[in-house]
Design a protein around this ligand. Structure first.
Ligand SMILES: [Zn+2]
Length: 131
């Protein structure tokens, strides 16, 4: 689990290097860059994915919790980063920017499915008030 973070050679692909939070964000940037037909560096700098590295580092630490439900993350794959508003096309830079990204655990992410972000927020708040 999270104890493996921070430079153990057995934490996964050796090509990703020891800085796992940076590697995860760079991997997301690379995936986004492939879809948009641009470079990983463009997403890291111009789309500000580099700002997510410190967030990911904190979330992967012992105090990391889902901002939606407040539960600790199960593992690094449970930290899910999704667009708040889905981009309309491959180079929809405004919506591809890191400012349009939202972090939640897998369980919370599944409750959103096809709903708009605003509708999902309302639903989550109603559930919180009932509990
Ligand atoms: Zn959650």
């Amino acid at each position: 689990m999270f104890r493996k973070y921070g430079g153990n050679a057995d934490c996964g692909s050796t090509t990703l290097g020891a800085d796992r939070p940076l590697a995860i964000i760079r991997n997301l940037a690379a995936q986004a860059a492939r879809k948009a037909g641009t470079t990983t560096e463009f997403f890291m700098v111009q789309m500000n994915y580099r700002a997510l590295v410190s967030t990911m580092r904190a979330l992967m630490g012992p105090q990391g919790r889902c901002p939606c439900c407040g539960h600790p993350f199960v593992n690094e794959r449970d930290i899910q980063i999704e667009h708040i508003e889905p981009p309309c096309h491959a180079q929809d830079w405004a919506l591809l920017h890191a400012r349009n990204l939202h972090i939640s655990c897998g369980s919370c992410n599944r409750t959103k499915s096809g709903k708009s972000f605003a509708a999902w927020l309302d639903e989550q708040e109603r559930a919180r008030l009932k509990s």
